[in-house]
Design a protein around this ligand. Structure first.
Ligand code: C5P
Length: 269
């Protein structure tokens, strides 16, 4: 306990104890949102907490937040480069990034390239089966209901998003899928599936949709192309080994390992 407290204090020192200075807006399972320094901005703090199965399984994984902060920065910057609008403004420090404040559409947008997870369970398709085309699914964001799968009929009838929004969401999801699949393929990783969240921003009277929340191995399934080794949150969900090692491997291949994880110089005799 004392060692953990000392470690937290050290981390807080290193990062300028952000929690003491900012007004907390919301605390989720893996992130905390604070009021940003300018209107329309939010500070997104990445925790080390890992949860699975709607928080039935929980743990604290040293270094996960630092890795996800870096990886989400990397993916969002890449999306900006190819013109996919997203909430990322800049990284502030090891665990925090400044993002645009937006109204989150209450949907989890899942894109699948290969069967896995709940799709395999629901439809009895073996994990790893390539799908005939990317399949986009929508879940209603409500932890108390376990984020149930919904159809576009539910979304329209309950007013969660308009038909125009749904066209834009589908287009954003497929663009993110193409980008992420290519980036991962280049480093020998298969993008099996992922989840994104969508935010609504207002520029005067005009509203548009952007990619929000995070893109990290917490919200993707990533398998090594050669060995099939899992490099994502399934390592935690299914007790397959060390989660930080898996995420560090993704970061290393993409060239985005934080400084602290770079190996020390060794003495050559
Ligand atoms: O569990 P399921 O197979 O439906 O997950 C599909 C994808 O969406 C996985 O990559 C998983 O990590 C992600 N997901 C998520 N957050 C959720 C549900 C799923 O990031 N609440």
């Amino acid at each position: 306990m004392r060692a953990a407290a000392a470690r937290s204090a050290r981390i807080a020192d290193m990062e300028g104890a952000p929690m003491a200075r900012r007004k907390k807006i919301y605390e989720g399972k893996a992130k905390i949102l604070y009021e940003g320094p300018e209107p329309g901005t939010i500070v997104q703090y990445f925790k080390d907490d890992a949860t699975a199965f709607n928080a039935e399984k929980k743990d604290v994984i040293d270094g996960k937040g630092v890795l996800n902060n870096r990886l989400s920065e990397f993916f969002m910057n890449g999306l900006t480069q190819i013109g996919v609008p997203n909430h990322f403004i800049r990284r502030l420090n090891m665990r925090e990034q400044l993002v645009r404040n937006c109204e989150i559409v209450p949907l989890e947008v899942i894109v699948r390239n290969y069967a896995a997870g709940t799709m395999s369970k629901r439809l009895g398709i073996a994990e790893g089966t390539q799908l005939p085309r990317p399949i986009v699914e929508y879940c209603y964001k409500d932890d108390s209901l376990g984020d149930p799968l919904v159809t576009e009929e539910h979304i329209a009838a309950f007013g969660w998003a308009s038909q125009q929004d749904m066209d834009d969401i589908l287009s954003l999801a497929l663009r993110v899928n193409d980008f992420m699949s290519g980036v991962m393929l280049a480093v020998g990783i298969r993008l099996v599936d992922f989840k994104i969240e969508i935010g609504r921003v207002f520029d005067g009277d005009y509203q548009r949709l952007i990619v929000a929340d995070e893109i990290s191995p917490d919200s993707c399934r990533l398998w090594d192309i050669e060995t099939g080794q899992k490099l994502d949150k399934d390592v935690f969900r299914r007790d397959l080994g060390n989660l930080t090692d898996a995420y560090s491997e993704v970061a290393r291949r993409l060239g985005v390992l934080p400084q602290s994880n770079v190996t020390k110089p060794t003495l050559i005799n």
